[in-house]
Write a protein that binds this ligand. Structure first.
Ligand code: GDP
Ligand code: MG
Length: 435
């Protein structure tokens, strides 16, 4: 997906403004990329149509590449489509019942353990219930997990009736004062009628406060169809997307949300009990786009950058002509934007170039003094600054030769970074940061 999006955004490179023409070309590429990431074609088309309108409407800030601006629009749209905000589960009830459904191997039992562990850590009394009566190892698997996390497991190894077991577990939970019952069910390799009927019967018997559908994110388009079938039968409340630690493509999250109109509530990112996260649509959008903090950088830049100044500097950066005067100008802009350390960390390349500095707004003072002690020629052509000039600059700015050396070194590194970035698209640069 990343490569596809890079191709898409490359279309915009070098253009100062998003025009109809390049938006059309770019959205087409984005659509293709989304489809490749397992997003349903119709969903991908809807998304890109909307993005197209927004991109054309939006005035593009010059200080950041229009490509990045476009990324931001796509990111916002994806976030919105995935529900905007994180959603919780309903665990009110006496006891509350969380029913876990999904295909075999999707990660139901593992997730049941994780959810139990999470709720236990919140101080709730939880009972896990083993309703997979088809595989002898299934009960054992849940028991092992229960022991590991210190949560009791209700099981009836000799009983083959899952509905009975679930009903008995409820009675047991009431007797023992457990507040939440998590019912782990069986799954088949493909959706089949017997399994569907059984889960539906369990639902009718225990009246869950929350039904979660667990789906393996690696299964791509199939995940969407499975979700649809389960939803028609169970009308579930939320989705758990598992195995996102692999090279799963986030596209399933988008399609499922669009097709069944139910929120994704958790993502599972590993076999360990801790590997469970609430689902944050914005983070998933970033994952799909693979671009890390570029989005927030664009946002803040939008708020504070002086457009003309930014335009001028951007042009110089593109031509690899960034000099000390520009550097000074940037420092002053950055100071206006607030927390310097955060901001610098967000700029690809700058973070590492400036990591040796203990940065706050005051630490700019010697830097500013050094640059101000340079002659115009020295600022424009830093290569001129030899040993005797360094000494003069250090004296003039009340700093040491070493400080002058450091600054020049950092400046050189920054310029090298910029040069690199000019031949590389920002999303690719951020891909590394995202890992
Ligand atoms: P169930 O048949 O739906 O109960 O699935 P299980 O919970 O038994 O999981 C099937 C396999 O997937 C097991 O080997 C799990 O360890 C593994 N698994 C479950 N969730 C994840 C996950 O988020 N990431 C990875 N890498 N493996 C997972
Ligand atoms: Mg299982």
């Amino acid at each position: 997906l990343q490569d596809k999006l890079n191709t898409a955004f490359r279309t915009l490179k070098g253009k100062d403004r998003i025009s109809d023409i390049n938006v059309a070309a770019t959205t087409k590429e984005v659509r293709r990329a989304l489809v490749d990431a397992d997003v349903n074609f119709k969903v991908a088309k809807d998304i890109t149509d909307r993005i197209k309108d927004k991109a054309i409407d939006r005035k593009i800030l010059i200080s950041v590449e229009p490509g990045q601006m476009f990324v931001k629009i796509v990111q916002e749209e994806l976030t919105e489509l995935m529900g905007g905000k994180a959603e919780s589960i309903n665990i009110k009830g006496d006891p509350a019942v969380v029913l876990i459904a999904g295909l075999q191997g999707s990660g139901k039992t593992t997730f049941s353990g994780k959810l139990a562990s999470m709720l236990k850590k919140q101080g709730r009394s939880v009972l896990l219930t083993a309703c997979d009566v088809y595989r002898p190892a299934a009960i054992e698997q849940l028991k092992v997990l229960g022991e590991q996390i210190g949560v009791e497991v209700y099981a009836e190894p000799d009983n083959k009736n899952a509905v009975d077991i679930a009903t008995n577990a409820m009675a047991y939970a009431r007797k023992m004062g457990k507040k939440i019952v998590i019912v782990d069910t069986a799954g088949r390799l493909a959706v089949d009628e017997v399994m569907m009927q059984e889960v539906a019967d369990i639902k009718a018997a225990v009246k869950p406060t929350e039904i979660l559908f667990v789906v393996d994110s690696m299964t791509g388009q199939d995940a969407v169809n499975t979700a649809k079938t389960f939803n028609e039968r169970l009308n579930f409340d939320g989705v758990v997307l598992t195995k996102l630690d692999g090279d799963a493509r986030g596209g399933a999250a988008l399609s499922i949300r669009q097709v069944v109109e139910k929120p994704i509530k958790f993502i599972s990112t590993g076999e360990k009990m801790e590997a469970l996260d609430a689902f944050y649509p914005d983070r998933m959008a970033s994952r799909i786009l693979g671009m890390g903090d570029v989005v927030s950088l664009v946002e803040r830049a939008q708020q504070a950058f002086d457009e003309d100044e930014a335009k001028r500097i951007n042009a110089k950066m593109r031509q690899n002509k960034f000099d000390f005067d520009d550097f000074l100008g940037q420092l002053q802009q950055i100071k206006k934007m607030g927390n310097v350390k955060d901001l610098i960390g967000m700029i690809p390349g700058m973070g590492s170039a400036m990591k040796d500095l203990d940065i706050d707004n005051d630490s700019f003072k010697p830097i500013e003094a050094i640059i101000q002690s340079m002659t115009k020629a020295e600022r424009e052509t830093p290569e001129l600054i030899d040993g005797s000039r360094k000494k003069r600059i250090a004296n003039g700015s009340g700093t040491s030769i070493q400080q002058v050396n450091n600054l020049i070194k950092q400046f050189d590194e920054m310029r090298r970074m910029m040069k690199k970035m000019n031949t590389m698209q920002a999303p690719a640069a951020m891909k590394k940061a995202l890992r």
